[in-house]
Design a protein around this ligand. Structure first.
Ligand code: MF3
Ligand code: CO
Length: 252
């Protein structure tokens, strides 16, 4: 396993790729309301990404047919946008987006409530987001990768939620998926040592019920095995010798 260390020049390109993606997410977030289709969101995502002269990196990735993944309620990730999938009040929706700028990939996800949602659903969204921030407290040179995984697990598990195990975070750079894989649940080993210049997509996926998931017949959409709600929060992060830089944070 070789984890790429980005040069100063590469870090600048990653920063710009991620900055643009944060702007895309900001616009997408404002667009979420009851009555729109998941395809409407994808269309806007494609328009925004290409308007910045960037390439949607999910589109055609291993045959994936859209620019965004739009996952509603019990859908965990990789929901394929559809014209007939209409958001309604009380739904929760995860938007996962990425783009390529000058050869450098960025990757980030947010989960939103559609109109007014239940307190339980809001809590799931909030805990999922906070688990990312708990994890990255350990994301610094000299620590070990699985310190991040363990911190996420320690924070989430007391809520009784299920941490998705079949899908994990990853390195990101000139490829969407680079080494290392970054689990969001407790690990027996420490994993590789973190070094300044690593760029990592850290992405907890949390179910209200069981951690177990299934794949739908479309071969992409991942759903919670018990039909419980699921949330996702992801940023591309730069490891430094001090605090990590959350490259895709923006204002959301
Ligand atoms: N954020 C997702 C990931 O990290 C995006 C991949 S979806 C795909 O795996 F459509 F591109 F495959
Ligand atoms: Co990712």
């Amino acid at each position: 396993m070789a984890i790429n260390i980005k040069s100063q020049r590469e870090i600048e390109l990653m920063r710009e790729s991620c900055r643009i993606l944060s702007l895309v997410h900001e616009e997408l977030g404002k667009f979420i309301k009851p009555g729109i289709s998941t395809k409407d969101i994808d269309d806007l995502g494609y328009k925004l990404i290409t308007s910045y002269g960037c390439i949607p990196n999910f589109l055609n990735y291993a045959g994936y047919p859209a620019s965004l993944c739009v996952s509603v309620n019990d859908e965990v990730v990789h929901g394929i946008p559809k014209k007939n999938r209409i958001l309604k009040e009380g739904d929760i929706v995860s938007l996962d987006a990425g783009l390529i700028y000058e050869g450098y990939h960025s990757d980030a996800a947010r989960t939103y409530g559609v109109g007014k949602i239940s307190d339980e659903a809001q809590k799931l969204i909030d805990v999922t987001k906070q688990s990312f921030f708990e994890g990255i407290k350990y994301a610094k040179e000299g620590n070990y990768l699985f310190d991040i995984s363990n911190a996420i697990d320690d924070y989430v598990t007391p809520f009784g939620y299920g941490i998705v195990r079949s899908l994990v975070g990853h390195g990101v750079g000139t490829e969407l998926h680079e080494d290392p894989q970054i689990p969001n649940f407790r690990q027996k080993r420490r994993g590789p040592k973190l070094k300044a210049g690593m760029t990592l997509a850290i992405e907890p996926m949390i179910n209200m019920g069981t951690w177990d998931v299934n794949w739908l017949d479309d071969e992409w959409t991942v759903v919670s095995a018990d039909g419980s709600l699921s949330a996702h929060y992801e940023n591309t992060v730069l490891i430094t010798d001090g605090e990590p830089e959350i490259l895709t944070l923006g204002n959301v």
